[in-house]
Design a protein around this ligand. Sequence first.
Ligand code: ADP
Length: 536
Amino acid sequence: MNMTYQRLNSEKLLEILSLSDNATAIYTGADIVIQSANEAMLKFLGKDKSIIGMRFAEAVPELVGQPFIGQLQEVWSTGKTYSAYDTVAELMINGKLEKSYFDFKYRAIKNDNGEVYCILHTATDVTERFLNRISLKEIQIREQSLIEELAASNEELTTTNEELLAMNDKLSDSAEEQVHARKDLEKLTDTLQQAMNSAQLGIWSAELVTGKLTISELGKQIHGIADDKEISLEDAKKMIDPDFLDKIISTVRKAINSDHNFELEYIIFPADGSKSKWLKCTGKTYFNPQNKPAAISGIIRDITEQKQDELRKNDFIGMVSHELKTPLTSLKGYVQLLLSKSKKQEDSFAVNALSKVEIQVSKMTAMINGFLNLSRLESGKIHLQKQDFDIDVLIEEIIDDARITTINHIITLHPCEKLIVNADRDKIGQVISNLLSNAVKYSPKGRSIEVNCHLNNEMAEISIKDEGMGIKPQDVDKLFERYYRIENKHTEHISGFGIGLYLCSEIVVRHKGKIWVESQSGVGSTFYFNLPLSTA
Ligand code: ADP
């Protein structure tokens, strides 16, 4: 059967086209006049049918400045179809500028002569697909960077792990070292303990705030305390001979305040009622983190035997000195007798020789007196016989005596005000005489020695200044110790026993005075001592 079809006119065709779900529009002319736009296209453009017949630029003004109008004009003039995908367009939808993404085509429709007579615009909204793809991409990118970050941190972790392993190795090394160190320390402590035991040294430690006393086993034995018994600082104090307490307390206090070590010798009456003992105790202050004195700790030693030896030695020295004094006194008497006889006979040779003998005898007497005093001091037999006297007069007398034996030095006494002191005149005389003879002994011939005396802080202060070899600072503190002598090439030919200054110091301190020295090596020294004035 033959079928004939009626051809649809262009308006009909456009009407049918407008029903399509695909967005479609037809434009003509270089101005791009909208000939037709179906519902779907109008929706994309956010417009209504009123735009049909209008120029594209007027109908959709928000697209001016975007590439589309230019592209349409290009298609019109060149006849070349233009397609694009995922292209963003900003359109005014319900009064709001919105971004949408499109796949679209501007197809140039030509007549038989190849001339463009309209442009067919088809478009698909791909916003959703596009955004999905974008977010997928973003996710992928993020995942990628996450993977990269993970890889980096993994690498870091590996390095850290390696470092940790190395550290662990080191730690186990140092733990091993610590074990070794602890063993070494234990060994050392053992050796120290053994050494302390064989040296018969006890250790003690006292907490200053609580008064808690800790004593080693040997320390307890020394004090006659049972091993399992504890004693307090107060209990220990009660065992000390009261004669020594004041000195102990002041020495320890001084040591705490000045952060110095201390050394003390004293007698105790042990807790078990055994015989009294001489102890030597050394100590040191320990400070807490706030730098406050927290404890004192040190070593104690029973020095009874040593003390007894010393006492025996002192007794012996005392005895010998005493025995020597009698012949020496008679020797001195005879020398003085002969000297005066020789002077009368004007026998200059004998006068000269006997004067020298007299000087030597005086020196020997001074030495013997020194030993005698030392031995008396040590055995506690030194007694002060105090009386009121004018110190100035005594100084003058001593200087006069010294001048007899001092030929090569000039001794000057500066006028002194009348100062009455209450003291043992003989012993203070010995102090002045000792200081004067040292000034002579330790300074070159021809140098002057100046003696001064004045009132200072309610005390009579006496000073003896020389221009001698002086004393180095490191020796100054030790000068007043028993048997201390400075050994150097200047002193090697100067005789002495190192007891003179010790005696001076003991005598002055027993008078509640003070003795000290100011000196500059190579320039000279000034020895000072002071005494309380008489209160009468
Ligand atoms: P010594 O018998 O040795 O003189 P001292 O106790 O009198 O004993 O003196 C102790 C030490 O002090 C001396 O050995 C000496 O080195 C030093 N010394 C004492 N007086 C002086 C002084 N005036 N100048 C320099 N050094 C002195």
